[in-house]
Design a protein around this ligand. Structure first.
Ligand SMILES: NC(=O)c1ccc[n+]([C@@H]2O[C@H](COP(=O)([O-])OP(=O)(O)OC[C@H]3O[C@@H](n4cnc5c(N)ncnc54)[C@H](O)[C@@H]3O)[C@@H](O)[C@H]2O)c1
Ligand SMILES: [Zn+2]
Length: 664
């Protein structure tokens, strides 16, 4: 039983960590994650036979993206153990006291960003590396250079390593999300994920535009510089004009610690950046060596995490919604309640497993939590408050909108309505088709589509282009005027000119998101060639996997979909891409040869990029060659180029040029 639960928890946590560290897109709040984590920690403690070095509790979370140069840390970059209340902190103090007499603590703010290591050589900033998996991080030097508060020169000879936190101030975060909203892009869940997403960008101009900041809190090898305490080390950093957070305090005992924590938690909302807790560090650096570290965290420090805002309310009902792919989401209908400054009356329950996991039943009192910008969630039910009217929730077997049987695939937690004609799916599909990222018919929003569907005017995507046939009926409806009707029809007409990639995305083919649509449109140029493409041909395209390829094939094999495309063609929708404009660049008019193994691009991609930038790509080096671009293990072509005096460029430099041109 406990073993099963341990495995289950590891699976949940691995998925959440992936969403958080790799996608920078968490689906639950940090508190929710921490609850699962603490439960796992406790079970592993209780049942040592089930411990596993691969468990998330035994390693530093986080990953190293392949797109970046990997750098090994000289000393591991660790995480921190967590405390959630005074009791946890007292236990930590107790453990420290077993090795250290009368410990002092430096108490700092726990800034919610991502850890970074900065390297200086003879006073010059030379490299910045992310924490990564703790052993190896990503080289993000160019991006970190764009952070104004990080000094490029310091007054210290030799090699100096400083560590700290890159953060996105609340103001920058709000501005960024507003901009993303306006451009129809997905918003970041919180400043931490936005900061992480900004630092891990291949184009440093994006990082520069994101207005990041950084605070440093660790001086590697401070003892070699004759410092004895952490506070002395921080002051030495300040003397080098390195930014250290002044909101910190050296505390003589736990009473002072707790008082400072209370003080800061009251000021928390007024700070210009987000903090998710406080960090206690033993002040005496000699004690750091004495106490040492675990596989994951130092024993001389601990993070106290602030509690999230939680309230209790009644769960009145569970209702299902259906997405355009048929995916079903169960939602909690709640007795309205104020939490974290807003009134909440609905919360997501994710899927059947989550409902079981949290043992949520209709009529239960439940704990609701809203943290940061994440949608409200049901944390758990309060079974002790049940009065006998709460039966175990049975997940519906049929779609509430069309009555067809719901399907749950073996490897997925979600249920699906598989009925292509399900009215709820059709409406969601039309909403998606008209949305900003797709055909961008901005006068035809969610509410109007739902309304016209109820009126019987919109039953398929094709109907959008025949809406003008219902002019008389629509004008007879309340709230519709000739002028706004004309505007709507004009926007529908204008959408016929959208390029192929927008149409492909708008069709809502499973697995074909914005990016895949762009890749497909670019590769095929028009819809007929794409419709004729075999699965093998599709999977040969970078970024298109087997599942996506099969889904595309299945979509175009469906007679109804073929008909839809034919009808749309009949309405005059263009079904090709914008012609690639050749961009003037340093490659324009040059004869270029590629050689060696490229790290960032496949050979054919590099070729396509070069051609777009006006180059003529050739296979062999001769006197006519203007430039040889080389990757790793390049052999005879490179030596021949050198012999002939032909200019050469390594892949790194090439990527920089490409990036510069792509973004301009
Ligand atoms: N919502 C989710 O799905 C999800 C998933 C995974 C992780 N998380 C969150 O991330 C946490 C785990 O991340 P973690 O391993 O980075 O641990 P952590 O964020 O709890 O603590 C360690 C980090 O704190 C940072 N920090 C900030 N101020 C500091 C200071 N003054 N001194 C020292 N360090 C400071 C450093 O970056 C350090 O690496 C979880 O507890 C959870 O809150 C959330
Ligand atoms: Zn249905």
């Amino acid at each position: 039983m406990s073993q099963q639960r341990i495995l289950e928890l590891r699976k949940i946590l691995d998925r959440l960590a992936y969403e958080y560290y790799v996608l920078d897109k968490p689906s639950v709040s940090d508190q929710e994650y921490d609850r699962y984590y603490q439960e796992l920690l406790k079970l592993e403690d209780e049942f040592p036979q089930y411990r596993d070095p691969n468990s998330i509790t035994q390693r530093v979370g986080g990953v190293v993206l392949d797109a970046f140069e990997k750098v090994s840390h000289k000393r591991r970059m660790l995480s921190l153990d967590n405390a959630f209340n005074l009791e946890d902190l007292m236990a930590f103090d107790e453990r420290v006291r077993q090795s250290v007499k009368n410990p002092e603590y430096v108490v700092e703010l726990k800034m919610d960003g991502l850890a970074i290591s900065l390297h200086y050589h003879n006073g010059r900033f030379v490299q910045a590396v992310t924490r990564g998996d703790g052993l190896v991080g990503e080289d993000v030097t160019n991006n970190v250079r764009t952070i104004a508060s990080i000094p490029m020169h310091i007054d210290m000879e030799g090699d100096v390593e400083v560590r700290g936190e890159v953060i996105m101030p609340k103001k920058s975060f709000e501005a960024l999300n507003e901009q993303r909203r306006n451009q129809g892009e997905e918003e970041f869940a919180n400043p931490r994920n936005a900061a992480a997403g900004s630092i891990r960008q291949l184009d440093s101009r994006i990082a520069a535009s994101r207005k990041l900041d950084a605070y440093l809190y660790y001086f590697e090898g401070a003892q070699q510089h004759a410092m004895h305490t952490h506070e002395e080390a921080l002051e030495a950093l300040e003397a080098m004009r390195i930014k250290v957070n002044p909101l910190r305090k050296v505390c003589k005992n736990m009473q002072e610690v707790w008082q400072f924590i209370q003080e800061m938690s009251e000021r928390r909302n007024d700070l210009p950046y987000e903090i998710d807790g406080m960090v206690l560090k033993v002040n005496d650096l000699h004690a750091w060596d004495l106490l040492g570290t675990t596989a994951k965290a130092p024993r001389y420090a601990i993070a106290y995490k602030f509690p999230a805002e939680e309230v209790v309310t009644k769960l009145l009902d569970i209702v299902l919604s259906v997405g355009r792919t048929g995916r079903i989401t169960p939602n909690a209908v709640l007795e309205p309640v104020r939490v974290a400054g807003t009134t909440v009356s609905a919360a997501t329950l994710h899927n059947e497993d989550m409902i079981k996991e949290k043992d949520v039943r209709i009529n239960d009192d439940v704990i609701i939590r809203k943290a940061g910008d994440i949608i409200p969630e049901v944390v758990r039910s309060l079974p002790e408050r049940r009065n006998g009217t709460q039966g175990i929730y049975k997940f519906p077997q049929i779609c509430p909108f069309c009555g067809s049987k719901l399907v749950r695939f073996a490897d997925e937690a979600a249920h699906y309505c598989m009925n292509q004609d399900c009215p709820a799916r059709i409406v969601r599909g039309m909403i998606h088709f008209a949305s900003r990222d797709a055909m961008n018919i901005d006068t035809l929003g969610d509410k109007k589509i739902e309304f016209f569907h109820k009126q019987g005017f919109l039953n398929t995507i094709e109907d959008i282009y025949e809406l003008s046939l219902h002019k008389e009926e629509i004008l007879a409806l309340e709230g519709f005027q000739e002028k706004s009707f004309q505007k709507m029809i004009l926007a529908i007409e204008a959408s016929k000119e959208r390029p192929l990639e927008d149409l492909l995305f708008g069709l809502g083919i499973r697995e074909v998101g914005k990016k895949a649509a762009r890749v497909l449109a670019k590769t095929y140029g028009n819809i007929d060639d794409l419709m004729a493409a075999e699965e093998a041909e599709l999977t040969a395209i970078k970024d298109i996997g087997v599942v996506t390829a099969q889904s595309i094939r299945a979509y175009f094999a469906e007679p109804k979909n073929k008909e839809l495309i034919a009808h749309l063609k009949g309405f005059g929708l263009r079904m090709d891409t914008d012609k690639e404009v050749i961009k003037e660049s340093i490659f324009t008019g040059k004869t270029v040869v590629l050689t060696g193994t490229l790290q960032y691009l496949k050979r054919n991609e590099a070729k396509a990029l070069l051609e777009r930038l006006g180059a003529n790509v050739s296979g062999s080096v001769s006197k006519k060659t203007d430039l040889v671009i080389y990757g790793e293990a390049s052999g005879s072509k490179l030596s021949k180029a050198k012999e002939l005096g032909v200019a050469t460029m390594d892949e790194e430099a090439f990527m920089k040029e490409v990036n510069a041109n792509e973004k301009s």
